[in-house]
Design a protein around this ligand. Structure first.
Ligand SMILES: NC(=O)c1ccc[n+]([C@@H]2O[C@H](COP(=O)([O-])OP(=O)(O)OC[C@H]3O[C@@H](n4cnc5c(N)ncnc54)[C@H](O)[C@@H]3O)[C@@H](O)[C@H]2O)c1
Ligand SMILES: [Zn+2]
Length: 349
């Protein structure tokens, strides 16, 4: 098969490119080398020997050049991270949503009917919770005075009692809490509409917290693992927000690449956009992650600093069952091994 990987110069896309080519497929990478992600302005050396095209996914002409002969589009290109303030909203919407719309239109024009979309766990907002009295409930946004007072666990929206966190399945209610999250969910909606109109198939891979080599360094757009790692490199203690007990699923980038390969090679069901969690299936707290990295790097003990940013969610831990049942995907890298490797892995400048 021939696979177009948009955003293939990025952290996740470059691992996908290697794994897909390594399993015998032909790969073409399209990447605009967004300055926030590539300070050097050139394709990174790990793509040496790959067919690469520098261009923007919103550019129909460039898509017209790269799409002929392609069987599957693996759409990783995006503006990522929490962002700074509302002034970056037009860029998020432009790159992520207009970009996806242009890719889908061009796929239609070229008769390409298979898409693998990089989506995200941020579409869920808060994770899944159970109240002993009320069953599964959706907690609202946490209140600033609760957070200031160190009350981090959301209560039951009906009775206020403490909740038991559980695994988020793909059919959980969707509640994007940031500009980035809103644009990731819109990508899924646009892809659903396209699948319905064309009979095409989409796997929307909802990655959880991805970490590993080539992760971008400490920027407002980087994930928490690289922010901790960068602090430790400077000899500083990682600053852990809230009480450090917020739970996430940290999944290694090599596993995410394998999930993409599985989605690229597994025919989906015609006319549908099927969301699938891509996770390790073994949740950990942010505090545990900081401790594992600090130990692996021989750095100072993490500092728990309290506070939470608006829109931060308490626990988001994924249910891995659908990825296993429908894509045959199971993560292979254990948290402990992955963190030891990540402590020494090269990050991207
Ligand atoms: N890193 C995570 O933990 C995580 C979690 C969930 C979802 N995702 C999703 O995974 C995908 C890849 O993210 P990443 O972490 O590798 O980020 P990244 O910034 O390393 O990679 C994104 C790539 O897209 C390119 N790009 C940006 N705008 C473009 C445009 N208009 N045209 C062409 N290329 C463009 C960038 O230059 C970059 O190389 C994104 O869709 C992101 O939303 C990432
Ligand atoms: Zn209740």
């Amino acid at each position: 098969m021939r696979v177009l990987i948009t955003g293939g110069a990025g952290f996740i896309g470059s691992h996908v490119a290697e794994v897909v080519r390594g399993s015998g497929h032909s790969v073409v990478v399209l990447d605009s080398l967004l300055p926030q992600a590539h300070s050097g302005g050139e394709f990174p050396e790990w793509l040496d020997g790959f067919e690469v095209v520098r261009g923007d996914v919103r550019d129909r002409d460039v898509l017209g050049r790269v799409l002929p002969g392609v069987d599957v589009v693996c759409h990783q290109a995006a503006m990522v991270g929490h962002g700074v303030d509302p002034s970056d909203a037009p860029d998020y919407a432009g790159i992520n949503d207009l970009g996806t719309a242009v890719v889908l239109a061009a796929m239609y024009e070229h008769g390409i009917d298979r898409l693998v979309l990089a989506s995200s766990m941020v579409v869920y907002g808060e994770g899944r919770y159970r109240c002993e009295a009320h069953g599964t409930v959706t907690p609202g946004q946490r209140r600033v005075d609760d957070l200031d007072a160190g009350r981090f666990e959301p209560g039951c929206p009906l009775c206020g009692e403490p909740l038991e966190p559980g695994l988020v399945p793909e059919d959980a209610p969707l509640d994007p809490r940031s500009t980035y999250a809103a644009t990731k969910l819109a990508q899924e909606h646009l892809s659903s509409a396209w699948a319905r109109q064309t009979g095409g198939t989409v796997w929307a891979l909802r990655y959880h917290n991805v970490y590993g080599p080539r992760m971008p360094k400490d920027t407002p757009y980087a994930g928490v693992a690289s922010i901790f790692r960068s602090a430790l490199e400077r000899g500083e203690a990682p600053r852990v927000m809230e009480d450090g007990k917020q739970r996430r699923d940290f999944v290694h980038v090599s596993d995410v690449a394998m999930a993409n390969l599985a989605a690229i090679t597994t025919p989906g069901s015609a006319g549908t956009c099927r969301p699938v969690n891509v996770c390790s299936g073994s949740p950990h707290t942010v505090g545990e992650m900081a401790v594992a990295l600090a130990e692996a790097m021989g750095g100072p003990v993490p500092e728990v600093v309290g506070g939470a940013r608006p829109g931060d969610v308490r626990h988001v831990v994924a249910d891995p069952a659908r990825a296993r049942d429908e894509l045959g995907f199971q993560a292979g890298i254990a948290f402990e091994d992955g963190m030891v490797e990540f402590a020494k892995a090269p990050l991207r400048g």
